[in-house]
Write a protein that binds this ligand. Structure first.
Ligand SMILES: C[S@@+](CC[C@H](N)C(=O)[O-])C[C@H]1O[C@@H](n2cnc3c(N)ncnc32)[C@H](O)[C@@H]1O
Length: 256
């Protein structure tokens, strides 16, 4: 049976890799590296650098594959994601059939942690349930961008004894500032923070967190949101792409 390692590689800093991740990489015969076009070539480059640093077996094979863009026209968000997973499922079946023997071992280097806003596990489950490739898999945890953000800002994720909501820009208004004191926002293409006018809200924003290009801005949201919008736009223009994340907070430890 084919065995796959879905390895969390952290959020862009090659030093985020755990020893467990490095050992799993070296158990694989093939490492699959996703490419997402020229604009995001830096992300494939980080994976190549991780391989160059940590792979010790001389017979390792690397297979790069293009990730199809998610189609969004004429379908709901849910349908769009489902169609994309179906497309990737077929692509993976082909990838495994072409590059792995029936009892071969492969590895995917998954950004951050495979359990947080990532589809790899779901797509591999789909491949498994279709039954055309006999496979099993192991998940290796990684440092998420949430942890990278809070570490870089030197802040605790939660207020003492309080919950945290992790959400997307699209759904932020459902929870912050009215229902929760701490929200972490990922995958925000609309800069949802800019629509919040609560004078008591603080923001801890970061782009390319954990990497050499890291940008951090923090302060009272209403005072600095324009600075963040400007910094974000400039960074995106400079790099050709951006990955940003932020934590919004209202209140303090020991507030009741
Ligand atoms: C598809 S999700 C992947 C999350 C990843 N699995 C994790 O554990 O962090 C991509 C989102 O993660 C966040 N992200 C990932 N890496 C980041 C980084 N180095 N700096 C800032 N945000 C990052 C951004 O919000 C981005 O839109």
């Amino acid at each position: 049976m084919t065995h796959l390692y879905l390895i969390g590689i952290g959020s862009g800093n090659p030093e985020h890799l755990t020893i467990q991740a490095i050992n799993a990489m070296n158990k694989a015969e093939v490492i699959f590296i996703p490419t997402k076009g020229d604009a995001k070539s830096d992300l494939a480059e980080v994976r190549r650098e991780i391989c160059a640093r940590y792979v010790t077996r001389s017979d390792m094979r690397y297979v790069e594959y293009a990730v199809p863009a998610r189609r969004v026209i004429d379908r709901s968000y849910g349908q769009s994601v489902d169609d994309w997973h179906a497309e990737l499922c077929e692509a993976y079946e082909l990838l495994f059939g072409t590059n792995l023997s029936a009892d071969g071992t492969g590895a995917f280097l998954v950004w951050g942690d495979p359990g947080l806003y990532d589809s790899t596990m779901r797509i591999i489950e789909r491949v498994k349930s279709r039954g055309r490739t006999a496979l099993d898999y192991t998940v290796i945890p990684g440092i998420t961008s949430v942890q990278a953000l809070t570490a870089s800002h030197r802040i605790p994720l939660n207020l003492i004894g309080k919950p945290v909501q992790i959400t997307t820009g699209r759904r932020l208004k459902e929870c912050f500032p009215d229902a929760i004191e701490t929200a972490v926002v990922m995958l925000d293409g609309e800069q949802a923070f800019s629509k919040i006018d609560d004078p008591d809200a603080y923001i801890y924003w970061g782009a390319y967190v954990g990497t050499a290009s890291e940008i951090l801005i923090s302060g009272r949201l209403v005072d600095i949101k324009d600075n963040i919008l400007q910094a974000r736009e400039q960074a995106r223009a400079r790099h050709g792409w951006i990955m940003d994340i932020y934590l919004l907070r209202k209140g303090e430890d020991f507030d009741e």
